[in-house]
Design a protein around this ligand. Structure first.
Ligand SMILES: [Mg+2]
Length: 243
């Protein structure tokens, strides 16, 4: 018998691999870029391009987090720096072309983690209300939710997107927002996510129970004690079956 009335999930890297969708979409956009801008140049392999692009994506992320650059400015920098290093054509208008293509195709590469639908069905059969709390924009996050067919298990009203409500995880207001919608006490709620800071710390500071779905081998940096730490959704399902 489960003590929770509601279970909330994070979206990216919790219900599907954003890392994998990013990788596949960026590689696809590189091919489109080569066809348009590099027909006469010797070609840098997709693998070589992607590994440097990924390094620069991580390297310059602080420009958004700490320096307040917009997403577009950040994307131009990571693209231009990568192409400059590889001796390939670059420039802001090419970077924008590349990322417009990325926006167009990335949802098509979002595949559910294995065991996702079994887990959602198990909880739904136990009459537990399912919800999502995600940071991001409505357009992007809804595109992923649709692609993953999550509306079959999760009502629209139980999906909280930071852009809509004006709060972001780990702020407890965003968790309170769902709690109010569901009219439940914090003790009746459990949250599952892959980010220690946004998901585990955020939910626990709002008074919820939490499960750390550590899909990217992240290190803990506070003393919060989640109910469990797992690496796959199948392990989370086994946990629910064991209690
Ligand atoms: Mg996440």
């Amino acid at each position: 018998m489960m003590k929770w009335q509601g279970v909330g999930f994070d979206l990216d890297n919790t219900l599907f691999s954003h890392e994998l969708a990013f990788k596949k979409a960026i590689k696809h956009c590189y091919i489109l870029y080569l066809n348009k801008f590099c027909q006469s140049k010797p070609i840098v392999s997709t693998e070589t391009f992607f590994s440097l692009f990924k390094i620069n994506s991580d390297k310059y992320w602080y420009l958004i987090e700490e320096k307040g650059l917009t997403k577009r400015e950040y994307r131009r920098i990571r693209f231009n720096e990568t192409m400059k290093s590889l001796g390939l054509p670059y420039g802001d208008h090419i970077a924008d072309f590349f990322h417009n293509n990325y926006e167009e195709c990335v949802d098509d590469y979002s595949e559910p983690y294995s065991g996702l639908y079994e887990l959602l069905s198990l909880l739904k059969n136990k009459k537990i209300i399912l919800a999502i709390i995600t940071n991001g924009t409505r357009k992007t996050q809804c595109g992923k939710i649709e692609r993953l067919k999550l509306n079959k298990w999760i009502q629209k009203n139980n999906i909280i997107i930071s852009e809509d409500v004006g709060y972001e995880k780990p702020e407890k207001e965003i968790f309170n927002c769902l709690q109010k919608r569901l009219q439940l006490h914090s003790k009746e709620l459990l949250y599952i996510g892959d980010s220690w800071k946004h998901d585990v710390v955020g939910a626990m500071d709002a008074g919820w129970d939490s499960i750390f779905l550590n899909t990217r081998n992240e290190k803990r940096n506070t003393n919060h004690k989640p109910l469990g730490e797992f690496h796959t959704l199948e392990e989370v399902t086994s946990y629910f079956l064991s209690i």
